[in-house]
Design a protein around this ligand. Structure first.
Ligand code: ARG
Length: 580
């Protein structure tokens, strides 16, 4: 159920029937104040301007043709030509009851599902996952869950960086350690960061090592079995590290979703041939370069996009062009979403323009680099450890859980040790995720433990607590929510406000899916929880003097609130609990 879409359709039909030519699309919004009705149609003003007539008269014509008898109690013209729609309480009640019966809470499956590649997380395997990959991982995963909930077909692709010159240095170092009999998992690769540092130090300082490393890159890229084997050992351990982080984060990425950079190796030469053949890439100082006038600077100099190095080596850019070809021409997808740091914006513009020219990306496929801002420390600079190093994601998550444990200690004193640590885990991880997901994707944000772990304001702990309160009502009432039998009756204004919010879920998910912005769902859940609190204060449920049918109606509302919070948080990858 999506009241907004329904009203847009009806408004369109009415405008058509009123003789208004196509082209002016009515906007429909939820009203900000009860006196403006529940929804407003705003189409008459634009149309009147185009037709040079009186907007209020035109609004009346639209109303005369508006077929809303089954959902609206009243329609009226307001101000310069808005049409206010007051919905019928029975319509709201029936819609809520249908949502309560439905496993997807009334959110319909797309009639024309899209096939979508979502490229997210995508860490570089030379190093351990650091906070820079948090945003890509969790924003991408939330969008994936929402797309699937809505019925789209999603192909997750973890575009891991597992190829490139630094691997020569890493496997040369690995080889030496293996010869010394060092245990690979427990010692050599237990800490990828220091492994990388050690290798780099030898590369910079040790005689002969750099040559060996360079030699190994060439061998590896030429398919040498020994180098390939060492490389594979390194990759396996590194992938295992990422998988631990995914499990901790409650992220749905699995091993089958890995489509790493190296997977495109066989296609790279072909991409370059094609670009040369079509005259898109030209030789410049030995390298293959695409000059893009579309992205020229203010002096009119074209943007330079290097697709092959002068020695013949391929680049990040070459791989992304090959990925376009695979995703668009072979998988034949409608959309490609790539969750990546905003600093890579130019790169993806260059990829798209080049790929479209070359036919590596067909018109049907929309290419959507979904850029995100930087996570900042309290000092307003990119988040770092106290000593200025990059923060490992695994360490950050461990700290979140231990801080959450302190925070909830007195609330959960009477629970068992095991229950307490389970709650701390859900609260800590949930807090980090919600704090991030609730910010607009494209903005930078300041990472702050106290705000994200607070039980007040828009936070995971607030929402998780709200959920325990709603679901706790059924325990208190001694009622199994599955056995609620009565019907819903919308009478009080607080009930109506809650009802309208409950019926907005599909609209919110559509916005989140089309713009790849989980913050709209975060905001929605916070508003829902707040409206529930207001409703709970104003509308008694379990008091003795509440009539049985009123109580049943309100419990039905509570049940839908609980399910909506749980489902919504689950789409964000945040877990709930029954008590805290
Ligand atoms: N590995 C890259 C990084 O860590 C992100 C890859 C994003 N996806 C892509 N198709 N380039 O910055």
């Amino acid at each position: 159920m999506n009241i907004k879409t329904l009203l847009i359709e009806k408004a369109n039909a009415a405008m058509h029937a009123a003789g208004i030519p196509e082209g002016t699309n009515p906007a429909v919004t939820q009203s900000t104040r009860p006196q403006f009705g529940d929804y407003q149609i705003n189409g008459a003003m634009g149309a009147a301007k185009a037709l040079k007539t009186n907007p209020r008269e035109l609004a009346q014509k639209i109303i005369d043709n508006l077929d809303v008898a089954d959902l609206a109690a009243k329609t009226e013209i307001a101000g310069p030509g808005f049409i206010n729609i007051h919905l019928k309480p029975e319509f709201l009640a029936a819609s809520l009851e249908a949502a309560n019966q439905d496993s997807k809470l009334g959110v319909a499956e797309h009639v024309n599902p899209h096939k979508v590649v979502v490229d997210y997380s995508s860490p570089n395997l030379a190093k351990e996952m650091h906070v820079g990959h948090l945003r890509s991982t969790i924003i991408g995963d939330a969008v994936v869950r929402a797309l699937e909930f809505r019925g789209d077909t999603v192909i997750r692709q973890n575009h891991m960086g597992d190829w490139g010159t630094q691997f020569g240095m890493l496997i040369a170092h690995l080889e030496d350690l293996l010869e010394q009999g060092v245990d690979l998992e427990k010692v050599a690769l237990a800490d990828l960061e220091s492994f990388y540092r050690d290798a780099k130090k030898r590369f910079d300082e040790e005689e002969g090592f750099a040559d060996k490393a360079r030699d190994y890159v060439v061998k590896l890229q030429g398919g040498d079995a020994h180098c390939k084997k060492l490389w594979q050992m390194f990759i396996d351990t590194s992938v295992k590290h990422s998988e631990e982080v995914y499990a901790r984060l409650n992220v749905t990425l699995g091993r089958d979703d890995i489509k790493a950079e190296s997977a495109y190796n066989d296609r790279l030469q072909g991409v370059i041939e094609l670009l040369k053949e079509k005259g898109i890439a030209v030789e410049d100082q030995g390298a293959q370069v695409v000059f893009l006038d579309e992205l020229a600077n203010k002096d009119g100099e074209p943007s330079v996009f290097i697709v092959q190095k002068s020695g013949g080596g391929f680049l990040y850019s070459t791989t992304d062009l090959a990925a376009c070809d695979y995703r668009s021409n072979e998988l034949d997808v409608d959309r490609i979403l790539i969750f990546v740091d905003a600093r890579q914006g130019l790169h993806f513009n260059q990829v798209e323009i080049t790929a479209r020219k070359a036919g590596l990306l067909k018109d049907k496929t929309s290419y959507e680099p979904s850029l995100f801002g930087t996570m900042m420390g309290d000092d307003g600079k990119p988040f770092k450890t106290r000593t200025g190093g990059t923060v490992k994601l695994a360490d950050l998550l461990e700290e979140a859980v231990s801080r959450a444990a302190d925070k909830i200690a007195d609330r959960t004193a009477e629970l068992s040790e095991e229950e307490r640590s389970e709650i701390a885990r859900k609260v800590g991880i949930g807090a980090v995720k919600y704090a991030d997901l609730s910010k607009h994707r494209t903005s930078d944000y300041i990472f702050n433990w106290d705000t994200m772990l607070s039980f007040e304001g828009a936070t995971a702990p607030y929402l998780q607590y709200a959920y325990t309160r709603v679901s706790g009502i059924f325990r208190k009432a001694g009622v199994d929510s599955a056995n609620l039998a009565g019907s819903i009756n919308i009478v009080e204004p607080q009930e109506k406000a809650l009802a309208l919010k409950l019926l907005q879920l599909e609209e919110v998910l559509d916005l989140m899916i089309s713009e790849a912005t989980p913050h709209v769902l975060c905001g929605y859940l916070y508003e829902l929880a707040s409206l529930y609190m207001t409703f709970y204060e104003a509308c008694p449920i379990l008091k003795d003097d509440v009539a049985a049918d009123v109580r049943e109606s309100r419990l039905l509302l509570c049940n839908l609130v609980a399910k909506s919070l749980r489902t919504g948080l689950d789409l964000l990858g945040i877990e709930v609990m029954e008590q805290m």
